[in-house]
Design a protein around this ligand. Structure first.
Ligand SMILES: CCCCCCCC/C=C\CC(=O)SCCNC(=O)CCNC(=O)[C@H](O)C(C)(C)COP(=O)(O)OP(=O)(O)OC[C@H]1O[C@@H](n2cnc3c(N)ncnc32)[C@H](O)[C@@H]1OP(=O)(O)O
Length: 280
């Protein structure tokens, strides 16, 4: 409690204000001097994206919009894992109603993040596989701490990245590099990611990443907000519309793929391998 009060006091002094008071799996703060919001994922141990975390991310994005944020930094409270991607337990031996709700919330969260009017920067302060990589790809700028990995590794799990995951990657690194990386399920090191254009900057730590992220957002200070946001909408519209118009088909395809006996078997082995690794 004392620590909480001390932290709140320190935040107030630095002009940082807490938003999303009810959120538990994310924290949303805003810097009152710059209007930049910071959305931090905080679902231990690895920020795997389950229904509840996605729900809180989605609400936080709306709150940042309602608060007229000038920009948003997406990061993790875990220095080591940005996000482990989708929570595999949501897809393994799933309850049908819940898994439908889960996928629908993932679609909604991606659509919102991909289309925010304000500039978005991912400060990737840890590993970022699959769904974690998707979150980062959806931002406009990616800053990554050295010595971690990022990529769409779905094929390694015996599942496939949906077309909108693929499109998000192609829009950043192009067809050729995406084809090579996604079919192999390649996880790029920070340096490889920079070389291929998957990330924009390499930093030593999260604090440096945050400073750089604020500098990126500051570049838009003199650009009229609406002109910027409409340009972004038009640039990204084709990608988003292809999901918006086919959400039901996409859900059915997901259910079909993920409930295949082969996919379930692969997911089961993968969960076991993660558990074995964790107990070593
Ligand atoms: C329309 C077309 C059809 C579409 C079909 C499906 C499309 C699906 C699309 C996307 C899929 C995904 O996002 S799948 C998730 C992929 N993620 C991964 O492969 C990452 C796996 N995790 C790791 O590699 C590591 O955990 C880590 C590098 C992220 C962190 O390593 P660290 O050493 O710090 O932590 P541990 O490995 O010890 O893990 C701790 C703890 O967390 C559990 N864990 C890890 N990842 C996940 C996860 N993604 N979901 C659920 N749980 C996860 C791990 O098992 C450990 O648990 P225990 O402590 O209980 O042992």
């Amino acid at each position: 409690m004392a620590l909480l009060c001390f932290q709140s006091l320190r935040m107030l002094r630095s002009g940082i204000r807490c938003m999303s008071q009810n959120a538990q799996l994310v924290s949303l703060t805003v810097n009152d001097k710059t209007g930049v919001a910071t959305l931090s994922l905080q679902r231990p141990p690895v920020n795997s994206l389950n229904l509840e975390l996605l729900t809180e991310i989605s609400s936080a994005l709306t709150e940042a919009t309602d608060n007229n944020s000038r920009g948003l930094i997406l990061t993790s409270t875990n220095d080591g894992v940005f996000s482990a991607g989708l929570d595999i337990l949501e897809m393994y031996k799933p309850n049908l109603d819940r898994v439908k709700e889960f996928w629908t919330k993932l679609q909604e969260t991606w659509i919102k993040l991909y289309q925010t009017a304000y500039p978005t920067v991912a400060v990737i302060n840890g590993h970022s596989p699959a769904g974690g990589c998707l979150l980062a790809l959806s931002c406009e700028h990616r800053i990554m701490v050295k010595n971690f990995t990022i990529g769409l590794n779905e094929t390694r799990l015996g599942i496939v990245a949906p077309p909108w995951f693929i499109a998000s990657m192609v829009n950043v690194i192009g067809q050729r590099q995406s084809e090579r990386a996604l079919t192999l399920g390649h996880m790029f090191t920070t340096e490889e990611a920079k070389n291929v254009g998957l990330i924009d900057e390499i930093v030593q730590n999260k604090a440096e990443g945050t400073t750089q992220a604020e500098a990126f957002i500051q570049k838009f200070a003199k650009i009229p907000f609406q002109a910027r946001s409409l340009t972004k909408t038009w640039l990204r519209n084709k990608t988003v519309e292809s999901l918006v118009k086919n959400r039901e088909d996409d859900l059915n395809m997901f259910l079909q793929v993920v409930t295949q006996p082969n996919a379930q078997e692969s997911l089961g082995h993968y969960i076991q391998s993660l558990k074995n690794k964790a107990t070593k």
